[in-house]
Design a binder for this molecule. Sequence first.
Ligand code: SF4
Length: 692
Amino acid sequence: MGKYDDLGLFFADLDGTEIELTFDEIEELIGSGLPTSARRHAAWWSNAQYHAVWSEHGWRASPKLGSGLVRFRRVERNASTARAPSRGSSRRPPDGAPRLLLLGCVKGKRSAASPAKDLYVSALWEKRRQYAESSGQPWRILSAEHGLVCPDQVLEPYDRHLASQSFEYRQKWSHQVARSVLAELEQLGLDTVEFHASRAYTEEVRRTLQHAGIVVHWPFEGLRQGEHQSWYLEAHPGSLSEPTSMVEEPSKTFAWPSIVSMSRIGGFDYRWPDAIEHFEYGWEGELEHGGARYSFKHGVGSRFVYGADRVHTVTFINGAPVVEGVAADDYDRRQCLLSLIKGATGAMVRSHADLPGAYRSMQVVDHRSEIDAPYSRYGLAVKIRVDDVAAWAAHALLRRGGSLPTRAAAIQAPAPPPEIDPEDAFPVAIPDVDPLDMARKRTIAGALIRFGETTAAGVQTRGGVSFSGIEEADRLLYEEPFAFLVAVICDYLIPAERAWAAPYLLKQRLGHLDPGRIIQEPDEVARAVAMRPALHRYTQRVPEFIVEAARIVLDTYYGDADSIWADEPTARLLQLRLRQFPGISQKKAAMAVEILERDLGVTIHEMTGSDIAYDVHIRRVFLRTGLAELDDIDHMIAMARQAYPERPGALDGPAWEIGRTWCRPRNPDCSACPLNGVCARRIDAGSAVRGA
Ligand code: SF4
């Protein structure tokens, strides 16, 4: 029995069209206390998880937080006025009929956290998804682990299959899902659902929905499980393309280059703009493509990337580096590397629908499922053996869109700049110092933690007792989750205090911080941000980020930003979710996770996956103390994890504070610095650090 079931029974029996209940009366009805967020956030009362308790009986809640009460009004659809359950309804509604599609999850999943729509892997899932996407209708996923889920909501892989769960689990799951579906239907203004799931996922939910007057379609009625796939081909052949597979059909439009000559070569160096990279061996020669000849070189070395030392390759055409490869997690077994696929505009290709046809002759994979590591990309990549030089050359030609300079032109002209993705660029510094041993690094990390503990109580630290220096602005951050999200977005290249005050001032100027109104009135948001004194130096980009964040909150989190973290996610999963929002980088996501857990009291299931932010103050302190040797995001995060594995992100706040207060870019005040006794004092190493 759920906590709010008694409240549901109350509304089931209630007559009349309107009632006001105080928070105390509601607590009496449910027999326990309401969560703090129910008293503080109006959005709690429209959260799909709770909202269905009264909405499934035809009531809508309007909280009046200032008066400590909630007004419930009866709306048109309810249990007593609903039309009779739809018995004997057609298995499939007419094409184009407005409806909510509900897709059951499948057992096969990627190994890395992904948006739910990309997490599942099977031929049946591909068909369900293609059907849903081509229908033009809204769709949601029925997850055996998480209940009703939006397609873009990031989930960790899980291992739960509904059919193998206990009767009690399935009953409870079905009850919760039915409530969430009813809430979704109300929000979407729909009264019809269509299930694309097995009987275990649908049976009880369908019964509850029909009882509430919802028209329910289940196209698989009477079909055996194995016949579900063929239904898609027979019922909707036009909506489906052949399922995408790891190895696709050869393209008819791209002719592979032919290798004219090739020989293996020994080690060589390549000078990037700011570093020299050494390759241990490789191949070089000539290839022919489209009637022209090109020189090529394929170098094999290693690089610290995605949190580990990995085999790293660069393929050069006519002397210019064109594509790079990074070892996949299964490199030891398959000797394959990944290289991102980019479209004609240079943007990463993220879905098979956008895959340039020429890549259909190569093995195309999801980058994150093959490199399960921080900052692994959401996008498609080719997976090529380290020694398959012809494939690397073909990939390089495709990256250049076939517009390679001729060999003669290349000899006369300087080599074009590398097309290596800036975020994968070579570390900005080469170590010229001996690394401290890990025991010493742990001592430094311990000193940072002790400093953080002694200051958290009394001294103003980042995200500590005061965010903005304005009491009302700080209170808003605690009370409205969307305000917190806006502050994180604004915390970019302006003083932290100004950023954390921005949501409060924005709310004053707009009169609200309602995500629904924000997406309706983007010009108002832009005007409010730009009004003098401007809330941010970027008066175009930041309002766009805020509007897009509101859209994601509405589409993926039922309009309630609290839902981003309300399910007690792991630190790593929460970081991934936050990074879905425009304007929230790794640095800001890591910082936000720490603040949410430490200062806002958000329950985070597992903090060992938290990380430091790649912030200018933190980078400087890490380099000077000797905690890190390279000014490189992956290296610094890895060092933090090794030096303080219990909670790497806990190093973030104290390092930031020390960097801002004592370890300044110029004239660091070592004598007063709390790390004085343990620091390696590599002043020069940190002085060159630049950036946000
Ligand atoms: S101020 Fe001096 S002692 Fe403190 S972290 Fe910086 S270099 Fe080390």
